[in-house]
Design a protein around this ligand. Structure first.
Ligand code: F6P
Length: 563
């Protein structure tokens, strides 16, 4: 194992025991947010935090002053501050892959070159070399200086990737859509299901299409299959249009002008036929799900321009600095992670809802699912020993108000506690009136109403006072005391989005540290990949079929019978 201290078992610390006693005492006294607010007029101020773009209200969480103190003490007891310093300085905290974890280097300013030398590499210098190449490339595509094989300007980018090579870029593209200013749209293909590619290239002209292949390893089955499919689609299309004659030279020229790649494996990129000048690298110390601010964001720079990406990186960096420099008790990032631990391990919450009241953030929950669950969905600690508590949370969500008309019933009145993060922005790029009513205010009214209902509920007496028949009263009672965090921003722009993403990256790190996890490996995705390789031939090959279990055999028999 790399030379890092073994995890401290949080559950065996006096701080954990103190939290358990505190939890028991709160339970026996009865938790009442209403009473807590009444007893402490300073509660909102104490639990509110301001970063440059985001305002946080943690006051509707099931925490008291004492809880916050005890959670910060737990963070200290498990060495959160030391591990944070280790991560930022390039210690190989990704033990199972023996790698540094340095996504935070991706957003450090160029003036930090020479200040972070890890394993002999000047990380910040290398980051900025690639960024500068990407900015120059994106500028040439945006201006039309970069031309397709027939001399036409690029109008559409097809970005092919999956997991961390897709979810981040898609989410950011959707989030910042109002800022796309170069007349270039991006379509993202991820699924190996041929329907995905078929629908995404529908209506596209190969002469004005640029394909960006994004894969950290450049070996991922889905991405490489889709990349070959896109190459065939593009070359066949160009041939059919008489744009190329199909000779080796014309094919090579078309690939050079219509394919670029993002990867850590530049050798395989070249083997695919992509000009190394059109390849943008990153490094093994950037995990896939932490890579949207690396070269993986190339499609975003093309769509939104270099300045937007610089603002995006600055948002991340500002949050990194805050997270590093703020004492745990006042550090909203650390506290949000620790409060999640409080809910998972003491209240036994299994899931966590993320509810953006902003349609542009509609892919944010999906993005967070990979970030949080691929990072912390684990049963083994970073030294190979078993975990000692529950880990991970099932992250899920949907843009408000759509979720309200779907699953909020369960959050309000179900038997399980589901902590929820509500995210909204004061300003909208699309101000609209419905008569005299500002529609955005109508929307924000819902954002505020939901957290209020969840916190304070509705008593039986209040229900009775509405004239409800007695037998029906229980069905219409809201218990309240259902925890939420409100994140309210000024405007959803690149800087704010960078802050928001970095926030959840570090929340994930905080939780992983308490649980003793290597949040940066993902061995749990490997078995399915291996088995898919063994099983796929069985659709046609009887020998391969014979090697399968009874259930798989029966499903393949169904396939054969219906094909
Ligand atoms: O299968 C999971 C995974 O390894 C993710 O961690 C990663 O983001 C995704 O696959 C894509 O990998 P790559 O960028 O190497 O194609």
């Amino acid at each position: 194992m790399p030379d890092v201290p073994a995890p401290i078992d949080a559950t065996q610390t006096p701080e954990w025991k103190a939290l358990q006693d505190h939890f028991d005492s709160l339970q026996s006294k009865g938790i009442s947010l209403e009473d807590w607010f009444a007893a402490d007029p300073q509660r909102v101020q104490k639990l509110s935090f301001d970063l440059s773009d985001l305002h946080f209200d943690l006051s509707k969480n099931l925490v008291t002053d004492e809880t916050v103190k005890l959670l910060a003490a737990l963070g200290k007891a498990v060495g959160l501050e030391e591990r944070r310093a280790a991560m930022f300085s390039g210690v190989h905290i990704n033990t199972t892959e023996d790698r540094a974890v340095l996504h935070t280097a991706l957003r450090r300013p160029a003036s930090d070159a020479g200040k972070l030398i890890v394993d002999g590499q000047d990380c910040v210098k290398d980051v900025h070399e690639v960024l500068d190449r990407m900015y120059a490339f994106a500028d040439s595509v945006r201006s039309g200086e970069w031309k397709g094989v027939t001399g036409k300007k690029i109008e559409t980018v097809v970005s092919i990737g999956i997991g961390g090579s897709d979810l981040g870029p898609v989410m950011v593209y959707e989030a910042l859509k109002p800022y796309a200013d170069a007349g270039i749209s991006v379509r993202y293909v991820s699924n190996i299901d041929p329907n995905d590619m078929a629908e995404k290239v529908k209506g596209l002209d190969p002469e004005t299409t640029l394909v960006v292949i994004v894969s950290k390893t450049f070996t991922t089955l889905e991405t490489m299959t889709n990349a070959r499919e896109a190459r065939t689609w593009l070359l066949e299309g160009l041939k059919a249009q008489g744009a190329i004659d199909g000779s080796d030279a014309s094919v090579a020229d078309a690939i050079k002008k219509h394919f670029v790649a993002v990867s850590t494996n530049l050798e395989l990129v070249e083997q695919f036929g992509i000009d190394p000048a059109n390849a943008f690298g990153f490094w093994s110390w950037v995990g896939g799900r932490y890579s949207v601010d690396a070269a993986v964001g190339l499609s975003l720079i093309i769509a939104f321009g270099p300045q937007m990406f610089k603002d995006f990186l600055a948002g991340f960096h500002d949050l990194d600095i805050y997270f590093c420099e703020t004492p745990l008790e006042q550090n909203v990032v650390a506290l949000m992670g620790l409060i999640n631990v409080w809910y998972v391990n003491f209240f036994k919450a299994a899931s966590h809802a993320v509810l953006p009241y902003n349609q542009y953030l509609h892919r944010f929950p999906a993005y967070l699912q990979q970030l949080t669950m691929e990072s912390n969905g684990k049963s083994t600690r970073w030294d190979g020993t078993p975990v000692t508590s529950d880990t991970g949370e099932i992250f899920w969500g949907e843009a408000g108000t759509n979720g309200q008309h779907a699953f909020y019933q369960l959050i309000h009145q179900g038997t399980r506690m589901i902590p929820a993060d509500f995210i909204a922005f004061v300003n909208t790029p699309n101000p609209t009136k419905d008569g005299d009513q500002d529609v955005h205010e109508l929307f924000l009214g819902n954002f505020l109403a939901q957290t209020k209902a969840l916190a304070f509920g509705k008593t039986a007496d209040e229900v009775r006072a509405e004239g409800t028949a007695e037998w029906m009263v229980p069905a219409r009672v809201f218990t309240g005391n259902r925890p939420t965090t409100s994140i309210f921003g000024d405007t959803l722009n690149a800087h704010a989005l960078g802050e928001l993403i970095a926030l959840y990256e570090h929340i994930t790190f905080v939780e992983g540290t308490v649980w003793g996890l290597d949040s940066y490996d993902q061995w749990g995705v490997e078995l399915g990949k291996q088995l898919a390789k063994q099983i796929t031939p069985a659709f046609h090959d009887d020998e391969a079929l014979a090697a399968q279990d009874a259930s798989t055999k029966a499903l393949i028999a169904y396939y054969r019978a219906h094909r």
